[in-house]
Write a protein that binds this ligand. Structure first.
Ligand code: TXA
Ligand code: MG
Length: 345
């Protein structure tokens, strides 16, 4: 599928009358008609289509070049939409919904047959979340259907946190994008499975494990998040993701980065360094990117994907990144960097 032009609707997320905005109405109409539209959420931009329309869902997989065995998250605006989508909401899921929706938490539950087949890639479960972004909520309500949406990047690339990132990857491949400015959290939602006996974390994200455990007690963590030898239980976690074109290396002792940079430059490579505002002046490389502040890891999460994309813009061949503490949102940041580096540390 190709489009002469990908339409861009510019929308102010602070607008109190969003549901009346002609831009939202038009974008919602296109979704109802079976088109694919990108839109902002509080985590990253999503690439949305009607979750009940098989043909529309196929367009998402085509536009992204996404493997068909990787299921999509279904986005809803009201809790009552759940009853058509899942067979049962166990008590732990109810507690998580009360605590974290709307917000960056995706809950996996047993699905009904109302959802288009390819949304769930043949699984008998579906991941659902209620985003907390005003534009996402208005769009879902105006469309009147649940919206299935993966991140709106070309498969394998860093997720988009601005409409320009979306256009860079998908111009001409999707009908339109609702441009609501920069997203907030910067990394994707946390994915937890509540369809199994013991709740399991599949993907660290915007809601931390500690926050979840404060609500429902200790949870399991998919062993593949710690051991590369394990096969992940969530299909999407097995692919290389978030990767810039240059080879990314995570350097656990950041004092070594300067030496590595020098060696690589002597060999004639264009070298990048991903650091934070605190240390940005210390490096002498071709491209040095300050990704937030180390003393506030939520700012690192916010800028992470834009920073990774900046290296592509500057044609970096080799990129060294500092490592971050694996605590709070830092767990999600390091998970994405490890995937982007394809395990090279
Ligand atoms: O923050 C987010 O979650 C963003 C915004 C747009 O909502 N969406 C997002 O979607 O990151 P995506 O498709 O890039 O990642 C979805 C992840 C994948 O790792 C997928 O395998 C997993 O969720 N997933 C979805 N449904 C699943 C299911 N039924 N069982 C196991 N994993 C599932
Ligand atoms: Mg994604």
């Amino acid at each position: 599928m190709s489009y002469k032009q990908t339409k861009r609707w510019i929308v102010d997320k602070e607008d109190q009358l969003l549901h009346k905005s002609s831009e939202i109405k038009e974008a919602a109409l296109w979704i109802k008609k079976g088109e694919v539209i990108a839109f902002p959420t509080e985590t990253v931009y999503g690439l949305g289509a009607n979750a009940l329309d098989e043909k529309a869902i196929q367009k998402i997989f085509q536009a992204k070049g996404r493997p068909s065995d990787n299921p999509l998250i279904v986005h809803i605006a009201k809790e009552e939409q759940l009853k058509d989508l899942v067979t049962d909401v166990p008590l732990v899921a109810k507690k998580l919904i009360n605590a974290f929706w709307p917000g960056p938490l995706t809950i996996i539950l047993k699905r009904t047959n109302s959802i288009a087949e390819s949304v769930t890639a043949g699984l008998d479960t579906v991941g659902i979340r209620m985003p907390s972004h005003s534009i996402a909520l208005s769009l879902i309500e105006a469309a009147g259907v649940p919206i299935a949406a993966p991140s709106a990047n070309q498969s394998g690339k860093p997720s988009p946190t601005t409409a320009n990132h979306v256009i860079h990857d998908l111009d001409g491949k999707i009908a339109g994008v609702v441009d609501g400015g920069v997203t907030g959290v910067g990394v994707e939602s946390t994915v937890v499975d509540c369809s199994v006996d013991r709740v399991m974390l599949y993907r660290p994200g915007g809601v931390t494990k500690e926050e979840i455990e404060d609500v429902i007690g200790a949870i399991e963590v998919d062993p593949s998040l710690h051991a590369e030898t394990e096969a992940p239980r969530s299909p999407g976690m097995k692919y290389t993701h978030y990767a810039p074109t240059g080879q990314l290396y995570i350097v656990s002792d950041c004092r070594k980065i300067k030496d590595y940079v020098q060696e690589a430059r002597i060999k004639g490579h264009r070298v990048g360094v991903l650091t934070t505002e605190e240390r940005v002046a210390e490096y002498d490389a071709d491209i040095v990117v300050a990704c937030g502040k180390r003393d506030d890891l939520s700012t690192v999460a916010q800028k992470l994907y834009d920073s990774l994309r900046a290296f592509d813009g500057q044609k970096a061949e080799i990129i060294y990144t500092e490592a971050f503490p694996k605590e709070g949102i830092g767990i999600a940041v390091m998970n994405r960097l490890e995937k982007a580096a394809d395990g090279v540390i």
